[in-house]
Ligand binder design. Structure first.
Ligand SMILES: [Zn+2]
Length: 168
């Protein structure tokens, strides 16, 4: 699907349906929640958590990795838009478990002559990725101390969520 196909879909129904769904909503998420998850196209956070438009912030990246940009968005979400709950959701069968940081950086270097300035953020075990993310967030001096912070691994076959305890 190219850009024109996407724009056609927006013109046909998407824009009208989006405007209707967002009518009268405030920018601040009504459920005061932030969901951080992977960009995996199979995961629909609204469907998974029964969310309607206007209820939560959803932050997505490759792997549901807590990066400096994820932290930036969470802190702005909390301080400027009133959110207090953060759910971190990684998943089984994640592409980020299929190669290593070094392999990917070397692949880019062979193609472009440059190693990326960022860490690709690969991991072997999604539960370890969630534990590392919870630890990083809890140590973030800008995260509100009363944040309800919980982490999960989503099974992409059943979409069941298994909680990962917050590391002590
Ligand atoms: Zn993934």
């Amino acid at each position: 699907m190219d850009a024109d196909d996407l724009l056609d879909r927006s013109r046909r129904d998407g824009a009208r349906a989006s405007a209707a769904a967002a009518a009268g909503l405030a920018a601040a998420p009504a459920r005061r929640a932030v969901i951080v998850t992977c960009m995996d196209a199979r995961i629909d956070p609204a469907l998974l958590f029964g969310l309607a438009p206007g209820e939560a912030h959803v932050l997505r990246n490759a792997g549901a990795v807590i990066t400096s940009d994820t932290r930036r968005s969470i802190v702005i979400s909390q301080r400027k838009l009133g959110t207090r709950t953060v759910l971190l959701v990684a998943h089984t069968g994640c592409g980020l478990a299929s190669f290593t940081d070094d392999e990917f950086s070397t692949e880019l270097e062979l193609d472009t002559g440059l190693r990326p300035p960022w860490r690709p953020g690969t991991f072997a075990d999604p539960a370890e990725n969630v534990a590392a993310g919870l630890r990083a967030l809890r140590r973030d001096p800008f995260l509100l101390p009363d944040t309800e912070l919980r982490g999960f691994v989503l099974d992409v076959a059943t979409f069941a969520l298994t909680e990962v305890p917050e590391p002590t």
